[in-house]
Design a protein around this ligand. Sequence first.
Ligand code: MN
Ligand code: MN
Length: 441
Amino acid sequence: MRLKKMMQTTTTTTMITKTTAFDDNYRVRVVEGVSTMRARKSVRARSSFKRAMKSSSAMSAQAAVEGLKGSKGTLGRARGRADERTDSKAESLLSIWLQREAQRGNLDEDLVVVLRAISIACKRISGLVKAAPLQGNIGLAGGKNESGDEQKKLDVIANDVFLDAVKSCGRSSVIVTEEEDHPVFSATKVGNGDFIVTFDPIDGSSNIDACVTTGAIFGIYSPGECDIDPSESAEKILENCTLNAMQSGENLVAAGYCMFSSSCVFMITTGHGVYGFTLDEQIGEFVLSHDDQKIPDGKEMKRIYSGNNGNVDLWAPELKDYVSKLQTGEIDGKIGNPWSYRYIGALIGDFHRTLLYGGIWLYPPDAKAPEGKARLLYEVAPIAYIAEQAQGMATRGKFANERVMEVKPTSIHQKSPMFVGSTSAVLGLQKFLKDRANTKR
Ligand code: MN
Ligand code: MN
């Protein structure tokens, strides 16, 4: 039912209607069937992108950069630092910045191709999200995904945009998306890369009808150990795709998200710090706005906690106690000076604020969701990687001391809890949980 829905959004309906009953084999066949058409589409997309790059004159790029530089506050300061670091203003454009990172030896050339493809998918989805109420793309699509979430129309469309972009770049062999039950085998190999790309095309889509912040989130893992031979049976291909996809966060080579909010911001790490780019709609490009972003800590950290407070009675009692210590300020010895509470209920929105302001975001298991609600491969591990690259921490477990990055999944849609934020805040939580366990004994 769900797959059928998905396919109605592509132009390959004729082929699909022939095979509706099973999905394991089906997904693989469908993917091979659409590859040529999608590759052709993507060549068009790439050349028009190149044309756009050529025609956006040095003048307009320069103007955009100057505009950002002139702005006051964090952005202005970030731009100031960026200018010291970069040789040319043009390097502030994401596409050029990625190329330079490759030249510096920080980034694999094939990975650059994947990241560019993802950034283009994000621009498209940003446009779709903005126009959703006008284009009738609000409301439900009528299906449910693997995790039991009801699919919104935009989930289905954005998934197709993302899949199309990643498949057609030819550098990914396996794709795992929140919206597909099984890994997608991508047989359109062009370059050397055969990365495992995982994504949630729109996170927070349950808020979309109210125009609340949403975002796309992705993880790119090193190629897995199995050689996937397209001539093998569909079952074997699926088995190998699944094996290759089940990697811990330690095998991430890049991760990021694109937040669709008052600005459209693309944040990435490739293992050399965290960088953010804001979409300049005048030139249609992401421009560097968050240079070497760190999660604020110490005096710089805002004392903010986040999490679904409505569920606090479903959390472990020690976590409820922890929250009450935040509310009195006792947790860091500042009684009478409580921590502030902020919660959007959208993973990317809540994380992005934590990344910029500091504090702690609690996504613990509760009585109704013993593993939490967020998915390890394409939500929790990518966020953990970004947090660590920004000098923060991301942990889980009874004492909040298991590193999220080390968790090896046993299924592709596995869920995982997470505590993430400023290092001192996560260490504070660990200390609280340990002390409390000791006094109970
Ligand atoms: Mn999600
Ligand atoms: Mn989603």
